[in-house]
Ligand binder design. Sequence first.
Ligand code: BV8
Length: 248
Amino acid sequence: MQGSTAIPEALTEALRAARRVCVLTGAGVSAESGVPTFREAQTGLWEKYRPESLATMEAFLADPAFVWKWYRWRRELVAKSRPNAGHIALTELERCFDEFTLVTQNVDRLHRAGGSQNIVEFHGDLFADICIAGCADPAANDDEIPYCNHCGNLLRPGVVWFGEAIPQQALYRSSEAAERCDVMLCVGTSSQVYPAAGLSGLARRSGAVTAEINPEPTGGPEFNFVIAGQSGLILPELVASLKQSSDE
Ligand code: BV8
């Protein structure tokens, strides 16, 4: 019986033969959960701001109250959302391989909520409050401008801002997974933000089979397969075609 129409047979075969799989996700994977993508997210008060101009230490230090207002607006937006079929399919996919690493650029915790285990939160965690002086586990608070209860410095959202280095552990785990994997899937990302966007090329150069899943393919040259479609539809089909071929 022929596999799914959307999934190339050769990709299913590559996954069947794979021991190690790496998946990179972006904001598109959360779109079907009602979380607007990073570059579409700005509505209302935030409409006139590019996220890149708000998600920086400079913007934060210039007006901490304003940047906190943006992050609290995003937290409220995300808090109402639930994992979608794409998140759930990635959790099922993880169980099919000896080694599976899910590298996400998303800060919305939806992969955790969807049951994924081996997650690298490459750009941090929207819901974490961290002290800008690095104090361990400061008490969170809802003051307009929250300060650290240990040292009195500002608290900031636990995300990686533009111009900031990716946390060492996250960068190491992700690069290692991209270099070692047999197949890499790049799902729901415009592949515009580095160094995350460089992981698929690293995987390809290291000998992996690479595939992009996106309703608007990015045209990146590093992909062996390009599947134009929504992750909430394609990922469950991919899991079904993998399970079907292993049942045959
Ligand atoms: C750094 C947290 C250096 C904050 C974010 C080359 C090399 C290295 C760096 C750079 C470089 N060139 C430029 C840079 C600088 C910069 C950068 O990349 N800028 C871009 C704008 C050009 N990079 C950095 O600053 C990084 N740091 O390099 O530091 C350094 C080194 C040592 C010491 C000091 C410094 C840090 C970048 C991290 C920024 N933080 N997030 C927050 O959230 O507030 S990035 C942000 O963009 C989000 O995490 C987001 O996830 C990410 C990427 O966006 P996408 O996820 O792709 O979302 P987008 O909206 O763009 O696209 C959505 C896609 O989904 C679309 O393609 C759409 O078609 C698709 N889609 C829609 N619906 C669906 C769908 N797909 C599937 N299914 C659907 N239903």
